[in-house]
Every structure is written in structure tokens, then in C-alpha cells.
Design a protein around this ligand. Structure first.
Ligand SMILES: Cc1ncc(COP(=O)(O)O)c(C=O)c1O
Length: 364
């Protein structure tokens, strides 16, 4: 007889209520599934998201990668250097290449894994056009210091807030501090969709119509059925199914982030490791990282005990595609020991207890 396999505790998981299912079937049955001009649910999502984070305008797109691509595209970065922390998802760096710029990798602060401010200042040159701070795991970067550097050296900021939906910095939601802030709604993010992203805008760097045209193949001057194309654009618009899911997720976000915060509080109190993600009530805890000396063995033993783990992230400058980049001391040291443990609102108290017990046992 086949042995029943015990369900693994997954590393990431979206929270799904009945409401998402109802809203999705309404969209499916309504047969209006998408519009390049972003009407219907997409427009409603943009308006509600702007209110939630406190930004002036929102442009919904079909991924966080697309959001970064367009946001950098609005900053005239061609032939310049874009400063990116190396511990991030590759899209933060690729966005520079998509726009004919060069990503220049910056080391991270070991205690938060966010961009290291001293190394950031050292890496600024005549060629620097943009800094991309990444709120790693949802932990807010020191935006005040980054904004000061940006002002002193006349550099723009494009925040990569893919992890930071609902994170607060100095009493205001991430999304409200910089001219351009990019979000991802990938299924493992705090606000999950099948695929989705958004650019929060807080000034008229390029006007709203520029972004709306670029996200739909460059279409401009649309009047009824006629339109023109005045520049190259992409097929980056968000579909109605994603937006319908996003609207429900947005409604539940504060509640779900509170659950994540409670889990992070337990991890930070009960896990007997010196090196782990710091606790802050401002963080939305998209993920939770720890550092262990015996990573390979630790991850295997966790798996054998029914607990999934991951690594976020292998530093981007160590990837083959970017291998001509200089070494970064902290990133490389941290990477050897870095492990993500389960973090999502579906974890029960028993799950959290099992995870902390096993982490303490297996990291010795
Ligand atoms: C830090 C970071 N930036 C950008 C992205 C890209 O987002 P998406 O997967 O929605 O394209 C991700 C997604 O995983 C991310 O984690």
C-alpha cells in the first residue's frame, strides 16, 4: 500500500478566500477579460491602490519586472550606470539592461540585507543616473539617507518595492516617498495575483499618459476606435482577472500583514540564532531569512522534516550573465549562509512552533 505523504509546510503561499473565486468567475462570465487602456477592474485597482499607499497615481502592469522596465525607461538612463544592491531578484538589474544602461552592483548591510549606504556613496560616479533601493523581504531601506545622496549628487531614485506592499517607513506607506516606486504582485508576494505589477507615481517625471501609452504598445491619442502610435511601447497591461483578485487581496492586506508580523515576532523571539532578519513593526515580512553555518545539510534536514526552505537571493553579480562585475564582500559572505524559512499568512501556530523547533535543532 502506498504510504500517505504528509503535507509539507510550504515556504510561500497566497491566502485565498471565497471572494477571490467569486470575483474571478464574475470576470470570466462577463467576458470582458482585458483592455489595453486599463478600464474596468484595472482602473478600480489603480485607484484603490493609490489610496492605500498614498501615492499620486498608479499605473498597473503585468509584472514587477515590467514596472521596473518602464520606471527606468522614464528616467533617460541610456548609457548611464544604475546602482543596484546585489542581493535581489535579477529583474532589478535586468531593468537597467532593458533600457541600455549598465547595472553597477552595490554591497548590502549585513544586518538588514538592504543596500549598504557607505558602499552606495562609494559607487556613485559621473555616470550614475538612478539608485534602485530594494526593500529586501519587505524591510524598509534607509530612504532618508538614500534621498540625501540622490539630492546631493542629482540622481533619481526608483524604489524596488516588490516585497514591500504594506511596509511603512517613517509613518508613511512605501509607495508614497519617491517619484517612482515599483511593486510586484507575483503569487508569492503579500498582495498576490497570478501575475501583476504596478508603478506608484508621485510626480510628473513623465506624465501619466506616457506610462499608459508605454504599457500598451505605444498607443497614443486614442479617440473612440482610432489611435496613433508615437513611440515604441510594450504589451505590459494588467488583465481583468488579475485585477479582480488584486482588489480582494488589497481589502485583506492589512489583516494578512498583521498575521505575518505576529509570525515574525515569534521567529525573532524563539529562534536561537544571532544572525536573522531583524524585527520591526514597520516591515510587512514578505519573507523571513536566517543565516546558518551548515546550509546544505540544514536545508536537506528541514525538507526531510516536512519544511520547505529557500535562498533569497544568490547575489546577482555572481550570476554568469553578470560575471564581469567586481566582488562584494558582504553579499558573498552572507550568501554562503542565507536561508529563507516559511513565511505566509496560512501558517498555523503549530506550524510556526514546528518550524522554530526544527530551526533551533538543525542549525546547531
Ligand atoms: C525584489 C524583486 N524585484 C522585482 C521582482 C520582479 O517581479 P515579477 O516577478 O512580478 O516580475 C521580484 C519578483 O520576484 C522581486 O522579488
Amino acid at each position: 500500500m502506498k504510504r500517505l505523504q504528509k503535507k509539507q509546510i510550504s515556504l510561500f503561499e497566497p491566502y485565498v478566500s471565497k471572494e477571490e473565486v467569486i470575483e474571478v468567475s464574475k470576470v470570466i462570465k462577463g467576458k470582458f477579460w482585458a483592455s489595453g487602456s486599463g478600464t474596468g477592474k484595472v482602473k478600480e485597482f489603480e485607484e484603490k491602490f493609490s489610496k492605500f499607499v498614498g501615492c499620486k497615481n498608479s499605473v498597473a502592469v503585468n509584472s514587477g519586472t515590467a514596472a521596473l522596465h518602464l520606471a527606468l525607461g522614464s528616467c533617460n538612463v541610456e548609457k548611464t550606470e544604475v546602482l543596484v544592491p546585489s542581493i535581489t531578484f535579477v529583474s532589478s538589474a535586468h531593468a537597467a539592461i532593458y533600457n541600455n544602461a549598465k547595472p553597477k552592483f552595490v554591497d548590502v548591510d549585513e544586518s538588514t540585507l538592504c543596500i549598504d549606504i557607505d558602499d552606495l556613496e562609494k559607487k556613485i560616479s559621473q555616470k550614475t543616473s538612478v539608485i534602485i533601493p530594494v526593500h529586501m523581504g519587505g524591510y524598509p531601506c534607509d530612504l532618508r539617507k538614500i534621498q540625501k545622496l540622490a539630492k546631493d549628487y542629482k540622481i533619481k531614485i526608483v524604489e524596488d518595492a516588490a516585497h514591500a506592499c504594506g511596509t511603512t517607513y517613517q509613518g508613511k506607506k512605501i509607495g508614497s516617498h519617491s517619484d517612482l516606486v515599483c511593486f510586484s504582485f507575483h503569487p508569492v508576494k503579500n498582495l498576490a495575483m497570478p501575475t501583476g505589477g504596478l508603478i506608484a507615481l508621485n510626480s510628473n517625471v513623465k506624465n501619466l499618459n506616457w506610462f499608459k501609452s508605454k504599457r500598451w504598445c505605444g498607443i497614443s491619442n486614442r479617440k473612440g476606435v482610432s489611435y496613433d502610435v508615437d513611440s515604441l511601447g510594450w504589451n505590459f497591461y494588467m488583465n481583468e482577472v488579475s485585477a479582480a483578485i488584486g482588489l480582494v487581496q488589497l481589502k485583506n492586506l492589512e489583516k494578512l500583514n498583521k498575521r505575518r508580523l505576529m509570525i515574525a515576532k515569534k521567529y525573532s523571539k524563539l529562534i536561537n540564532l544571532d544572525k536573522k532578519m531583524p524585527f520591526s513593526k514597520d516591515c510587512n515580512y514578505n519573507l523571513y531569512w536566517i543565516r546558518v553555518k551548515n546550509r546544505k545539510e540544514f536545508m536537506k534536514n528541514m525538507k526531510d522534516n516536512g519544511i520547505e526552505t529557500g535562498i533569497h537571493y544568490k547575489p546577482v553579480h555572481m550570476m554568469k550573465f553578470y560575471s564581469d562585475s567586481p566582488k562584494l564582500k558582504n553579499c558573498e559572505k552572507v550568501f554562503e549562509e542565507l536561508v529563507s524559512i516559511p513565511m505566509h499568512p496560512n501558517l498555523s501556530n503549530d506550524n510556526v512552533e514546528k518550524i522554530t523547533y526544527n530551526v533551533n535543532l538543525l542549525s546547531k
